[in-house]
Design a protein around this ligand. Structure first.
Ligand code: HEM
Length: 182
């Protein structure tokens, strides 16, 4: 592959703004999500319970929690879930979500785990969407914000790989070419 891509220039918080545009996350959808904020708060403890039940039952994922204050984890996960229904998907939101992705890169967690676990978040977010008077529209909006999180989580991992390779080979452009050529 010989061409540079304009997508390579979009970085950090700008990634989320770009994706909001790509996904056509509209002001109406953001308003629907915001209107579900209280319902999300009610749903959050059940979501957190299912989430950790699954993670702690699996030896490879459970071992990440051996020295972790679970009360803090419960709170941060619930906050993460409720924030999906923030209604504002701006730079500050992007920064918070990217930071969460980076925390997982730093602890050496293979990306397949957080991505797979979004299944639990999706099921509970759908339950929240069903409480809306227009459940189909709410469901479409929920799917988009979850997709944004999948994208941002992955981006945190890819950014780290490109950064390490760029430091090794001397520049990012070469790193991207090495990663993309067969
Ligand atoms: C949908 C997937 C996930 C979400 C939304 C999520 C959310 C979060 C959040 C919000 C934090 C706090 C970040 C901070 O302190 O700024 C966190 C930390 C953490 N997560 Fe996750 N997480 C996910 C998947 C996982 C999985 C699959 C594991 C392990 C198998 C895991 C292990 C941890 C650990 C160990 C920390 C604490 C890191 C530290 O403070 O050193 N997470 N997670």
């Amino acid at each position: 592959m010989s061409v540079d891509r304009s997508s390579w220039q979009i970085k950090d918080e700008a990634v989320l703004a770009e994706l909001v545009q790509l996904m056509n996350l509209s002001a109406d959808e953001a308003a629907i999500l915001k209107s579900l904020h209280d319902a999300a708060q009610k749903q959050a403890p059940a979501m957190r319970e299912d989430f950790y039940k699954r993670l702690l039952a699996h030896p490879q994922t459970a071992e990440y929690f051996s020295n972790i204050n679970m009360k803090h984890m419960y709170e941060t996960l619930q906050n993460w879930f409720v924030e999906l229904f923030n209604g504002v998907y701006d730079e500050t939101y992007a920064r918070r979500r990217i930071t969460i992705g980076r925390v997982h890169v730093r602890i050496g967690l293979p990306v397949r785990y957080p991505i797979a676990m979004l299944d639990v978040a999706m099921a509970h977010a759908e339950a929240v969407a069903r409480t809306h008077p227009q459940p189909d529209a709410a469901m479409a909006a929920v799917r988009k914000v979850i997709a944004l999180d999948v994208a941002v989580f992955n981006q945190a991992y890819e950014d780290r790989q490109i950064q390490i390779l760029a430091d090794t080979v001397g520049n990012e452009r070469l790193a991207r070419r090495l990663l993309s050529e067969e």
